[in-house]
Design a protein around this ligand. Structure first.
Ligand code: MN
Length: 231
């Protein structure tokens, strides 16, 4: 065992439904735009261009049930409900037809976004990290293993704030289905067990404020609930 000059950080992880054992998180990849109606609401042409990715650090993950302090540097914190793919078997240049065998399970996540910083970054041609990859920016519900979920290609994906539904879509509307997302991501990076892929959000993104109760789910996969607390 190597010795360290100070104790290494705890391993980030996500709960696994029906299991005491947790899923050790390595990296978090996110698809930028993967539902046509959301692309349109963000002012983009939803034609089927290749998807683009951005990342969050693995330790941005937060369990369902958490109270997340309203983050710094923003006055426009947005929710994005997403289907999350948990990679169980790594690989490079994975064929879409082989992609399902690399999936450990699926979960429901929220890609929290400092929209004002993202808008500024887009305008200035700067990186998105400060908008997307901040502390506690990746809440993730318990992972349900594929023996229970199969590989969902359709099903309601929704998010409600204080009981009012704001996002209400269907996985069938994904521009790039999960298998293609895995294949494309694995061309850029060698995927590893423990990687999470947030697959994009349907239309209806909007602002959160301290005190908000946020719930969401994907039919057949699971649910998530967080609250936004005052700083
Ligand atoms: Mn997103």
């Amino acid at each position: 065992m190597a010795e360290f000059v100070f104790p290494p950080a705890a391993q980030p992880s996500v709960a696994v439904a029906g299991s005491e054992a947790r899923f050790p998180v390595r990296r978090i990849f996110c698809v930028g735009r993967n539902y046509a109606a959301h692309a349109r609401e963000m002012g983009q042409d939803p034609d089927r261009e290749p998807p683009f990715f951005f990342s969050k650090p693995g330790d941005a993950v937060v369990d369902s049930g958490a109270a997340i302090p309203y983050p710094s540097l923003t006055e426009d914190l947005h929710h994005e409900i997403e289907l999350v793919v948990a990679i169980g078997k790594g690989g490079s240049d994975i064929e879409a037809s082989e992609a399902p065998s690399h999936v450990f399970g699926y979960a429901v996540g929220i890609d929290l976004t400092r929209r004002d910083l993202q808008g500024e970054a887009k305008k200035m041609g700067r990186p998105w990290d400060w908008a997307k990859a901040f502390d506690r920016s990746a809440p993730c519900g318990a992972i349900t293993q594929v023996d229970k979920t199969g590989h969902p290609a359709k099903g309601r994906i929704w998010l409600a704030v204080n009981g009012t539904v704001r996002q209400d879509g269907d996985l069938a509307e994904l521009i790039w289905p999960v298998a293609d997302v895995i294949a494309l991501c694995s061309r850029a990076m060698e995927l590893k067990p423990g990687d999470l892929i947030y697959t994009g959000t349907p239309a209806g993104v909007g602002a959160l404020k301290p005190g908000d109760r946020v719930e969401g789910g994907v039919d057949g996969v699971g649910e998530i609930a967080i609250t936004i607390s005052a700083v």
